[in-house]
Design a binder for this molecule. Structure first.
Ligand code: NA7
Length: 555
């Protein structure tokens, strides 16, 4: 067995990583965790509770993951804060109080810091350190993990808690490097306060990041031009402070909420697939999109992403709202989402987004009519005009779900690279492990529900499952676990079948990899029902579909 937890802590705090190029004398741990977002923090906590020695690596200077980097104005969670919280610690619940219905990025980052402080998790992490490679050493049945600082560690288990939206797309528009003004990327926002006062600003993109930030940028800037390729469906957040009464209601509901999660049931009264609502139920649920429940209101519309007629009705409802809010009919028409089902791309939750276009200094450029020709030293050139600006805000999205994994050189048995194995799209079993990569786990990986659910509870479910699996191995002196090729193929086929029963594949979304040129188009999240129950059954059946081996050799 590797170092004890205490020894590992001393090792980290002294910084004695015994780095070398070969890893022969590398420090050895039971587990390496990559990432100090909510996935990595909880995994380190669970590993420590299980008596495993653990070291975490994090590219940022502190905890928080996506909330560490996405500091753009207006960044908030898009499901209610009370739900966007860990459920695993009563102490945390008692020592944390969300102020608003949809918490701001600074408050969510404070929450991550509070977790790290409360459970003393930082000492297990090395910050400002990016993992460059993770290579499986078949002789020793260990992972050899190398960082960009040249350090190498060995570990039996490697947990990739690298996040679903952690690799911002580069501003790859022709001429981008020639711009002489200031460039901002929403996913890599500066830490210091940015002021747009008196500036002419271009915002490129109209996804969630742009939709959240535009009203605040427009409140400061002298002129804002929004460059829109595809109008999105956006629902009003109706954000406000959480009242004491709401807190009390949630506290009373919490035991049922937790029990439902544990049982793999939805804690919300979501209509089951195929439920046939009455006309009144349907129109009421559609109208609720405008009551501030955001993405939850979408999942409450029966069969929204499965029935084209229902979907069109819900889409029409949003289209009518846009027309009613935006005064200039031409601008309203350009902002109106069409041509893809509502919910098939992640819908946005906004504060005054559409209304911002009623301000005289805010202009919309419809790139479907007049595409960007190039970025110039002074601004953005479309096919018909030059728009001169002082700053460009790129809100162009992420290489989602696989980006962070493919960025590292991850090599499993036989030296096979994950990015080659995934060259036609990600393949996993249950979204948590990959055939040929023993003892490597993905937290909310492709093939799991992840981004289509509450990320916080999805993370907890995966980390608990991973930690239990490791406990199972330890109790039976089993060296390694990896999916069988057959189980993986069957799961991938099932993930695709489930996606094909829905309208999701009809939108060119980041769920499908369609937002990154050249990325294989594979629907990545799992949309079927009963996912946790399936994971629990797999575990209860002695990790059905996995190959368990003494030392990690192929079965
Ligand atoms: P998104 O939702 O992927 O949005 C990116 C936006 O940028 C979207 O409107 C894109 O248009 C647009 N885009 C991307 N590349 C370009 C270029 N080259 N030119 C013009 N416009 C472009 O990313 P976000 O960061 O806003 O949100 C990601 C998630 O974070 C969100 O779903 C929430 O979960 C939080 P397109 O639609 O591709 O035509």
């Amino acid at each position: 067995m590797a170092k004890t937890a205490e020894a590992a802590e001393v090792q980290n705090s002294t910084g004695d990583g015994t780095a070398n190029g070969t890893g022969e004398q590398a420090s050895t741990y039971d587990m390496v965790v990559v990432g100090a977002g909510f996935g990595g923090l909880y995994q380190v906590q669970r590993a420590r509770e299980a008596g495993l020695s653990v070291i975490g690596f994090e590219a940022g200077a502190d905890v928080g993951g996506t909330w560490y980097w996405n500091r753009y104005p207006g960044a908030r969670c898009d499901i209610p804060s009370l739900l966007y919280s860990y459920t695993w610690s009563d102490d945390l619940r008692e020592t944390w109080r969300w102020s608003e219905k949809y918490a701001t990025q600074p408050e969510i980052l404070d929450y991550a810091r509070h977790v790290a402080d409360r459970f003393d998790l930082r000492r297990h992490f090395q910050f400002d350190t990016r993992v460059a490679s993770a290579v499986y050493d078949e002789d020793k049945a260990e992972w050899l993990v190398e960082t960009d600082t040249g350090e190498t560690v060995r570990a039996r288990f490697c947990v990739m808690a690298t996040g679903c939206l952690s690799v911002p797309k580069a501003p790859d528009i022709e001429g981008a490097a020639s711009f002489k003004g200031t460039i901002y990327v929403t996913g890599l926002w500066p830490h210091e306060k940015v002021s747009f006062a008196g500036q002419r600003v271009a915002v490129i993109g109209t996804g969630s990041s742009a939709i959240q930030s535009l009203p605040l940028i427009a409140a400061e800037a002298s002129a804002v031009t929004v460059f829109q390729r595809t109008p999105n469906y956006s629902l009003p957040a109706l954000n406000r402070e959480i009242s004491d009464e709401e807190r009390a209601v949630f506290d009373a509901f919490f035991p049922d909420y937790k029990a439902a999660l544990k049982a793999g049931a939805s804690p919300l009264p979501i209509p089951p697939v195929g439920y046939q609502p009455t006309e009144e139920e349907l129109s009421t649920s559609i109208a609720k999109m405008w009551n501030g429940d955001g993405l939850i209101s979408l999942v409450m519309i029966p069969n929204l992403v499965r029935d084209a007629v229902t979907n069109a009705r819900a889409g029409d409802y949003v289209r009518e709202q846009v027309k009613a809010i935006v005064k200039d009919p031409e601008v309203a028409e350009a902002l109106t989402p069409r041509g893809f089902p509502i919910g098939a791309k992640r819908a946005c939750v906004d504060t005054d987004y559409y209304d911002t276009f009623n301000q005289p200094h805010v202009t919309l450029v419809d790139l479907r009519k007049t595409p960007i020709a190039a970025i110039t030293p002074t601004g953005v050139r479309t096919t018909v005009a030059d728009v001169e600006v002082d700053a460009i805000v790129y809100a162009v999205g992420f290489d989602a779900m696989t980006g962070a994994l493919n960025r590292m050189d991850i090599r499993g048995r036989g030296g096979r690279a994950l990015k080659e194995v995934w060259s036609e799209g990600p393949k996993t079993y249950l979204g948590v492990a990959v055939a040929g990569f023993p003892n490597l786990f993905l937290v909310t990986g492709p093939g799991s529900p992840s981004v289509l659910t509450n990320m916080m509870t999805a993370i907890e479910q995966h980390v608990d499952w991973i930690t239990d699996a490791i406990g199972y191995l330890g109790a039976r002196q089993i060296g390694a676990i990896e999916p069988s090729g057959e189980a993986q193929e069957a799961w991938v086929a099932h993930v695709n079948e489930e996606a094909d029963k829905t309208l999701f594949p009809q939108a060119a979304s980041w769920y499908l990899g369609a937002n990154v040129p050249g990325k294989p188009r594979v629907f990545m999240p799992y949309v079927g029902e009963g996912y946790k129950i399936r994971c629990d059954q797999v575990a209860a059946a002695g990790y059905e579909g996995f190959v368990l081996s003494r030392r990690g050799e192929a079965a």
